[in-house]
Design a protein around this ligand. Structure first.
Ligand code: FAD
Length: 389
């Protein structure tokens, strides 16, 4: 929609084919229905993928330009801890404003029109869809990859793009949970707790992240897991040993945790781990944490047990075994190989007249409005470049 509006404002005749029955279905789901559409701090470290491509695109459309574009089309911004939302706190405001702008700029939006083939034809392209065929002098693919396919990005355009000769970096689900072993996840399922995570790939610490961890029967999820998901997904794809350590008491050092356990034990010399952990940890974590520390539930704790318990509270390793899958992912890593496109215009280097925008390119962001900033910026770049001979 951003690419369409940008091109149409330049006087080009624009047609959008959308396979769903509504435009922007994914946008409605963003930011828990509130649409976190950009961030006050846009930095390289908030993205993964091709750095040169990222820089070339973001240099042409900054977060200030995002804010001013949306303000201009009626989305008044509200900032919360650096995250920008529409003031209505309703994602529908963003969709409505984009759809209204497309209408104003005379963009022809054809719904229920799934792309089937795109073929070069007499200096233009023949675009076959489930709703009929169209011709276009240029084509911008802004079809997403495969995250949350129910919302439209079902990967159906990938083969069409491959048929044009393009290749893809591995497409992996990110901003998703991970299947894991090495902890009684079923017992801990649905627990949410503040924790600090560290991701280790083949023994090397890659990134740490603090936030609300969520346990699920399959493994771990929640914002801090999403934030480390891109390097974790790549490590799993490359079949590397991928371990996350959980610090359940991130405000205390290991020594302080031990001190606290000793203090608790001094008041309860026969204390079991349930007694010792009560009030310190979510009740549903007591058994899995104790078991991880090798402690039997009805035995009073000795010095070794206190040490083991403190170790697990401070650094509980779980082994990631898989990503929770595209259906549950908010974004995808990977995309069109950057060496096959012109990074300043997003035009195909293989077929002049074909352009790309959004998640289909090899850039993905962490949570915080980065994926949408990327979508707006790359949509703007492709929409500005299209139509120039
Ligand atoms: C639940 C959820 C919450 C999110 N929250 C945020 C957030 O708050 N902030 C943020 O920055 N990012 C968020 N994201 C990520 C963000 O929404 C995406 O990165 C962004 O929408 C990608 O934009 P896009 O235009 O490249 O692809 P999409 O938004 O996926 O749009 C692609 C469009 O192409 C259509 N299409 C696909 N294939 C075909 C075909 N063959 N024929 C015709 N049409 C086709 C699809 O139906 C779809 O409408 C969230 C994602 C999800 C799933």
């Amino acid at each position: 929609m951003m690419a369409a509006v940008t091109a149409a404002r330049r006087g080009l005749s624009v047609l959008v084919t959308e396979q769903m029955d509504k435009p922007g279905k994914k946008l409605y789901a963003t930011g828990n229905g509130r649409c976190n559409f950009t961030n006050a701090v846009i930095e390289k470290r908030c993205f993964h993928g091709d750095e040169q491509l990222l820089e070339a695109v973001l240099a042409q459309f900054s977060k200030e330009e995002t804010l001013s574009f949306f303000h201009e089309i009626g989305v008044f911004p509200k900032e919360k801890n650096g995250y920008y939302y529409p003031n209505s706190m309703q994602a529908s405001s963003v969709v409505d404003a984009l759809v209204a702008e497309m209408k104003k700029d005379k963009v022809n939006l054809v719904l229920n029109s799934g792309l089937q083939t795109v073929d070069p034809w007499k200096n233009s392209f023949l675009i076959k869809t489930t709703a009929g065929s169209f011709y276009g002098k240029q084509v911008i693919f802004a079809t997403g990859l495969m995250a949350s396919p129910k919302l439209g990005s079902d990967g159906s355009a990938l083969q069409i793009i491959k048929n044009l000769g393009h290749h893809f970096m591995p497409v992996l689900p990110v901003l998703c949970g991970f299947e894991a072993r090495g902890f009684e996840f079923k017992k801990a399922s649905k627990v949410r707790c503040e924790a600090e995570l560290a991701l280790f790939v083949d023994g090397k610490c890659m990134v740490t992240e603090r936030g609300e961890l969520q346990f699920a029967d399959y493994g771990i999820s929640g914002i801090p897991v999403f934030q480390i998901s891109s390097p974790a997904a790549h490590a799993l794809y490359e079949k590397k040993e991928t371990v996350v350590t959980i610090n359940f008491l991130p405000d205390l050092s290991f020594r302080e945790i031990k001190k606290e356990l000793h203090f608790r034990l001094s008041g309860n010399p026969d204390g079991t781990s349930s007694v010792l952990l009560s009030g310190l940890l979510n009740q549903n974590l007591v058994v899995p944490v104790s078991k991880k520390a090798g402690i039997s539930m009805n035995r009073s704790l000795d010095e070794q047990a206190v040490h083991n318990l403190a170790s697990v509270l401070h650094e509980c390793p779980v082994i990631l075994t898989g990503m929770h899958g595209f259906s549950f992912a908010q974004a995808c890593a990977g995309g069109i190989k950057t060496e096959e496109i012109h990074i300043k215009t997003l035009e195909s280097g293989l077929i002049p007249g074909i352009y790309f925008a959004g998640e289909i390119l090899d850039v993905d962001g962490i949570c915080g409005g980065y994926n949408l900033q990327w979508a707006w910026a790359s949509g703007y770049v492709a929409g500005s470049a299209v139509g120039h001979d």
